[in-house]
Design a protein around this ligand. Structure first.
Ligand code: LRH
Ligand code: MN
Length: 429
């Protein structure tokens, strides 16, 4: 049924192409003056890929409530259809990152075929030992992989191995392990032994990883634990990755740090350690707000991509970061937010690619701090929108994704096709 939906978009894809040609030519001349070939940048942007979180296409919600939109996906198959729309219109999101058990199904073969029919593959699998499931034998109230009770740890290990087995059927090549384990009060847990239990559990999960898989360890400063989180920061994550083995990497969720933490510095260090596994991109002003990437601190996002471009240019060893979005949408249409967020990542990447690296290097060596800062910033202040639109046009995607999506009436059609019932919790409530 659905791929016919996608077909219906063709009518609007190339709206805005005439203006694009003029804008692209003008930007091309501007960049050529600095010795930059615009088509090179456009090609690199067109090759940029970011995975969409399956849990992002439904309305997220906060602890205070959830206000579902119309035509919410009711199961993982419908979630994939919405992810198919995002990829059709942006050309930048060919894979989906699933969350188990939110996306659990008894027919992963059918799910894989459904994805393929929509032009989608599967990125990192996400395990969930931060919620108790109905009928679950051992509660994760006091932790999962680090729980003081061995049976609870074993249950959590088994769940992660179940996620690997599901991912193998889907063609996924990675498992993201984020646990909320921690303490709310000083004294509640032994900080050292909790970490030892974490490693003991993770070693069993690591042993179950196929040879060509990676494990992404996701750190988070706080929430749901409000005093000490076992994998609280990149240091704990890197210690664990190094102790587990070469298939273990550190995943940076931009929202998982204290305000004003220099995240691009963390990226530079993880590149140095050859353990940068990837990202959960989003934005935040206060806590783990899971807002749209680039919506609050676009300059910070640019500085993260600046480190990625520096690593790319330096041909950093073992550098293969997996890009994923991890957002929660409460007041926007999730499809529109995920499309614009994917494009904001491409924007930050393009801005970092057009930085005059030679001039920047010379100013740095000459300790000309002002000109070094200005040279880097010029990348950020250049409007690269024509490059982003051209990259989409080259891939047969929409020049104006949100405009095309709204013209298509997809959401209204979903409203008819998917009678709204209290759809899948799936949110992060
Ligand atoms: C934890 C997190 C993690 C996911 C969850 C949905 O805050 O970022 O990546 O499992 O959100
Ligand atoms: Mn995350």
């Amino acid at each position: 049924m659905k791929s016919r939906f996608l077909e219906s978009f063709f009518a609007f894809l190339l709206c805005g192409s005439s203006a694009l040609a003029a804008d692209y030519a003008q930007l091309g001349q501007q960049l050529a003056r600095n010795g930059i070939q615009i088509d090179e940048i456009t090609k690199a942007v067109a090759n940029f890929k970011v995975a969409v979180p399956s849990w992002g296409v439904g309305t997220g919600g906060t602890r205070f409530g959830r206000f579902p939109g119309i035509g919410e996906p009711r199961n993982v198959f419908e979630k994939l259809e919405d992810c198919g729309v995002i990829h059709k219109l942006t050309g930048a999101t060919p894979t989906v990152s699933l969350h188990i058990p939110w996306d659990k199904t008894d027919d992963y073969k059918a799910l894989r075929e459904h994805g393929a029919a929509l032009g989608l593959g599967f990125d990192a699998m996400n395990s969930n030992t931060f919620q108790d499931q109905i009928g679950q034998q051992h509660s994760y109230k006091y932790g999962s992989l680090t729980n003081t009770d061995a049976a609870t740890r074993a249950q959590a290990v088994a769940h992660n191995i179940e996620c690997i087995e599901a991912g193998k059927k889907l063609g996924s090549k990675a498992l993201t392990v984020w646990i909320g384990d921690g303490a709310n009060f000083p004294g509640q847990s032994h900080l050292g032994r909790a970490f030892d239990r974490y490693l003991e559990s993770q070693k069993q999960i690591y042993a179950a990883l196929p040879d060509d898989w990676r494990m992404f360890i996701e750190h988070k400063m706080y929430e749901p634990a409000f005093y000490a989180t076992v994998i609280q920061d990149w240091g704990s994550s890197l210690l664990a990755a190094k102790e587990l083995g070469p298939k273990a990497f550190c995943l940076v969720d931009l929202g998982h740090h204290a305000p004003n933490v220099n995240i691009e510095m963390i990226v530079a260090r993880l590149v140095h350690a050859q353990r940068l596994g990837g990202f959960h991109f989003n934005d935040s002003k206060y806590g783990d707000d899971d807002l749209d990437a680039g919506s609050i601190e676009p300059f910070r996002l640019f500085l993260v991509f600046n480190e990625l471009v520096e690593a790319e240019l330096a041909k950093a060893p073992n550098f293969r970061p997996a890009h994923m979005l991890d957002q929660s949408h409460n007041v926007t249409d999730p499809i529109e937010s995920l499309m614009t967020s994917a494009i904001e990542l491409q924007r930050a990447y393009a801005q970092a690619l057009i930085v005059d690296r030679k001039a920047l290097h010379d100013y740095r060596i000459g300790n000309d701090a002002l000109m070094a800062a200005q040279t880097l910033k010029r990348g950020f202040t250049t409007d690269v929108s024509p490059i982003l639109a051209q990259a989409r046009a080259l891939k047969g995607a929409a020049i104006d994704p949100v405009g095309t999506y709204r013209k298509s009436g997809y959401r209204a059609k979903c409203g008819q096709m998917r009678p709204s019932k209290q759809s899948l919790g799936g949110g992060i409530v």
